[in-house]
Unconditional design. Sequence first.
Length: 65
Amino acid sequence: MPAEKEVHLTDSQIEAIAERAAEVAIEKVYTEVGKTVLKKLAWLTGVAVIGLAMWLAGHNALPKG
């Protein structure tokens, strides 16, 4: 197994890597939050549409046939 070459990073390089890692992590969190919000919004929309359809059917407001 070949020996690993040691790489020395400057403080500014380490900081740049840390900042980029934080940006990627935040993007992933926002993506997951967005997906969750959209799923909940889809559920609420579906419930509202079904509720409206049931209400309209109960008041004979939907066409039959």
